[in-house]
Write a protein that binds this ligand. Structure first.
Ligand code: PGA
Length: 255
């Protein structure tokens, strides 16, 4: 279902104590300040060791949801150091980020592996937040649409209609992640509209209209309102600015 949504991707930041303190601040600031009827759902994605404790701090039945940053593609077994989708669901996760460019780049996750991860997440009842996005070289070579079209085709569009219904897409241009360089709202809108058009082609017009598509890459309290006002931008996947309660709450208020 299409909805306004803001997800905080903490990446490999925050100790247990710091993470709990941050979430307590965010939930109380949001309870005090967020009143708009179109205010977003909020997904908090901390590192694995913090998930369970943070999940317990999120008010039940509220706009807050718990998400993980990755999962393994197998259900269980001899995979030392890995965490399965089923384990994530068992500690209260509803969402999982898959295909983040940092995982694609540093952990060599390719479309084939990501297809398996998507299946594993969906089988465990998790909602994937599937990331796509081009590098600066790709953009400068005028290959952005080809590149993202291929990521969608090879990584995502193998899902059935029912499975695809559970997916949120995040457009995260690699050149904008953690760099302070945000895509302009027009650049974001253009790619989001392209993604929606590709969904309509792969599934149907209804699926395209119903998909939540987030923007990520140096989104912050200053630029969020302009980005979120674009017709095909339904919210954000926020890295750096999700680690500060004031900034993150202001982003949540930007609808
Ligand atoms: P950033 O990260 O907001 O720090 O650029 C976004 C992301 O990588 O999800």
């Amino acid at each position: 279902m299409r909805q306004n949504l803001v997800a905080g991707n903490w990446k490999m930041n925050m100790t247990y104590q710091d993470g709990l303190a941050l979430v307590s601040e965010i939930t109380s600031m949001v309870a005090d300040e967020v009143t708009a009827a179109n205010a977003p759902q909020v997904v908090i994605c901390p590192p694995f060791p913090l998930l369970h404790a943070i999940g317990r701090l999120l008010p039940q039945g509220s706009r807050f949801h718990l998400g993980a940053q990755n999962c393994h593609h197998k259900e269980s077994g001899a995979f030392t150091g890995e965490v399965s989708a089923k384990m994530l669901a068992s500690v209260g996760c509803e969402y999982v980020i898959l295909g983040h460019s940092e995982r694609r780049q540093y952990f060599r996750e390719d479309d084939e592996l990501l297809s398996q991860k998507l299946k594993a997440a969906l089988a465990a009842g998790l909602k994937p937040i599937f990331c796509v996005g081009e590098s600066l070289d790709t953009r400068e070579a005028d290959e952005t649409f080809n590149f993202i079209g291929k990521q969608l085709q090879d990584g995502l569009f193998h899902l059935s209609n029912e499975e695809f219904d559970q997916v949120t897409i995040a457009y995260e241009p690699i050149w904008a992640i953690g760099t302070g360089k945000t895509a302009s709202s027009a650049q974001a809108q253009e790619v989001h509209a392209f993604i929606r058009e590709r969904i309509a082609r792969a599934y149907d017009a209804k699926a395209a209209l119903n998909t939540t598509i987030l923007y990520g890459g140096s989104a912050n309290a200053q630029n969020a309102r302009e980005l979120f006002s674009q017709p095909d931008v339904d919210g954000g996947l926020i890295g750096g600015a999700s680690l500060k309660s004031r900034d993150f709450t202001d982003i949540i208020k930007s609808f």
